[in-house]
Design a binder for this molecule. Structure first.
Ligand SMILES: NC(=O)c1ccc[n+]([C@@H]2O[C@H](COP(=O)([O-])OP(=O)(O)OC[C@H]3O[C@@H](n4cnc5c(N)ncnc54)[C@H](OP(=O)(O)O)[C@@H]3O)[C@@H](O)[C@H]2O)c1
Length: 299
């Protein structure tokens, strides 16, 4: 298995590693914190990568660089959909990153045999023995016939099963699935601009021992339009927060139900900014309230 130094050497990226900006808070090490997956206790680093445009475009060199940078900060979870599954798999296979990356794979089919065939193609491309996490966004199918999906796990094709959506209307069926005890992971929208899940889906995930992945941390970029040209409050320094991106991510990560927040970016500087949110202090309940009120007052 390739260690970090070998990986940097084999990809000719040692220089990039050396040039990586230091994180300014004086932490012991430049690695993000992890959280346990409730069902198993397996540790998952708490800042993940979303389905980046770079992966979707199949740009292998840019994907390699982004993943290298992500790994150098202790990242592990990558969300992959459609063709991105094979771009990320290709980099994973070429650099023997199977044990370092925890990959979420979206299903594109619904019939059992087709799902098995599809997942086997992804698994072979990744070079993993078993896929980590398979996600469906087809709530009608999984609610109608959960056994078809659970069987993927029972047959040893996948380690974890999950559902993913990014709209309020799916919060109720997410909770139904958690109540039925079918899913290990739920991926849901939750942020300073879309805080609803914090009172419903997230507490239920804690109660039912389900891992939470958060999407739309930046409401697909709209959040940055809301905070643009505004000064970060001075009290943000109390939680080691140096940017508006970290302000959002630290709010999300301070909810105890959240296992990992997804951050979609094609920009290495943004990736470094986002990873820093997984280090240092997080807000307590009263600061969370202050953060929410501040951003809501901008809307
Ligand atoms: N299953 C579902 O229904 C579903 C739906 C939506 C999303 N998702 C998952 O969630 C992931 C996140 O997607 P999202 O739509 O929720 O996107 P998001 O992470 O909320 O926002 C992405 C946008 O923020 C910008 N950005 C990221 N970091 C930044 C930083 N530090 N400073 C300034 N700008 C920054 C990115 O631009 P740059 O590229 O320029 O950084 C991009 O325009 C997706 O990739 C996907 O994996 C799943």
């Amino acid at each position: 298995m390739t260690n970090r130094r070998d990986f940097l050497k084999s990809t000719g990226a040692a220089a990039l590693g050396a040039a990586m900006p230091a994180i300014a808070f004086g932490h012991d090490k430049l690695e993000i914190h992890s959280r346990p997956i409730p069902g198993t206790g397996e540790e998952l680093p708490m800042v993940g990568l979303g389905n980046s445009r770079i992966f979707q475009e199949g740009d292998l060199e840019a994907t390699r660089k982004l993943i290298e940078l992500f790994l150098s900060y202790g990242g592990s979870y990558i969300d992959t959909l459609g063709p991105s599954r094979f771009t990320v798999a290709s980099v994973m296979q070429a650099h023997e990153l199977q044990s370092r990356l925890f990959v979420g794979t979206y299903l594109g089919t619904v019939q059992y045999d087709a799902m098995v065939e599809e997942l086997e193609r992804v698994r072979k491309a990744q070079g993993k023995e078993v896929l980590d996490l398979v996600l469906t966004y087809d709530f009608n199918e999984i609610l109608a016939e959960p056994e078809r999906y659970v069987r993927l796990k029972e047959e040893g094709l996948i380690r974890y099963l999950g559902v993913a959506r990014h709209k309020l209307e799916f919060h109720e069926p997410m909770m139904r699935l958690m109540d039925m005890g079918i899913v290990d992971f739920v991926q849901v929208n939750y942020s300073l601009l879309e805080p609803e899940a914090g009172e419903t889906v997230l507490p239920m995930a804690q109660e039912k021992n389900v891992a939470i992945l958060v999407n739309r941390a930046f409401t697909n970029g709209d959040y940055f339009d809301v905070v643009r040209d505004r000064e970060l409050p001075e009290w943000a320094a109390e939680i080691d927060c140096e940017s508006w991106a970290q302000f959002s991510l630290k709010f999300i990560l301070s909810h105890p139900a959240v296992t990992c927040v997804l951050t979609e970016t094609a920009n290495p500087d943004h990736l470094v900014d986002n990873m820093a949110a997984g280090m240092g202090r997080l807000p307590d309940q009263s600061m969370r309230q202050k953060m929410l009120e501040l951003v809501q007052s901008f809307v």
